[in-house]
Design a protein around this ligand. Sequence first.
Ligand SMILES: Nc1ncnc2c1ncn2[C@@H]1O[C@H](COP(=O)(O)OP(=O)(O)OP(=O)(O)O)[C@@H](O)[C@H]1O
Ligand SMILES: [Mg+2]
Length: 204
Amino acid sequence: MKDAITIRNLTHAYGEKTVLKGINLCIPEGQKVGIVGESGSGKSTLIKLIAGLYRVQNGELTVNGDTAVVMQSLSLFPLTIRENITCGHNIPEERIALAVKTAQLEDWLSTLPDGLETFTGERGGQVSGGQAQRISIARAIAKDAPILILDEATSALDVKTADRLMTSLSAWWKDRTVITIAHRPEALSYCDVIYRLEDGVLHE
Ligand SMILES: Nc1ncnc2c1ncn2[C@@H]1O[C@H](COP(=O)(O)OP(=O)(O)OP(=O)(O)O)[C@@H](O)[C@H]1O
Ligand SMILES: [Mg+2]
């Protein structure tokens, strides 16, 4: 099978501080990968490189296909929930509905008089952290990319909602390649392989 992501001897430094020290990682298409590691170990740095948000300084990084990323420090646009999900793209209504359902937004949306047309406020200030996370997950689903990356994407949700979301999400992602960063082991129960990032090096 083809690799979705190939990483060879990847290093990354912020100024003098080297955070990733020679990462090697091959992710076959369709594999579900978990990444754990202490706070500050470089997990978010690694996925930002994979998502193309940082330039590769040293080493090799190949990503075959578009990525949809739910960032750890996410931010919403001061627009409606619908616009935050579509990001201005012309997305079919069924796909938006599927994204809303999969991201466990339905119950909350049904309580809002304006539903999907509800304004989220400046920096998403009119929605809770957990609602903002679910909107971001719906955005990633609606993007329909072959590679999905979740960086602590359910950290603000209660355990019950997070588990429901992971169940619906794992039914949706099927053959897609998925990278999940999480501290709760339950969030990683769908992974085929789990790597630990420690002192800038990745261990299986
Ligand atoms: N933009 C930046 N500029 C300078 N240093 C940074 C920057 N982003 C991250 N760092 C540093 O790089 C290290 C790794 O950060 P990173 O966010 O990748 O860790 P993490 O494993 O995702 O941590 P957490 O579990 O807390 O999210 C940390 O020591 C952090 O202080
Ligand atoms: Mg992080």
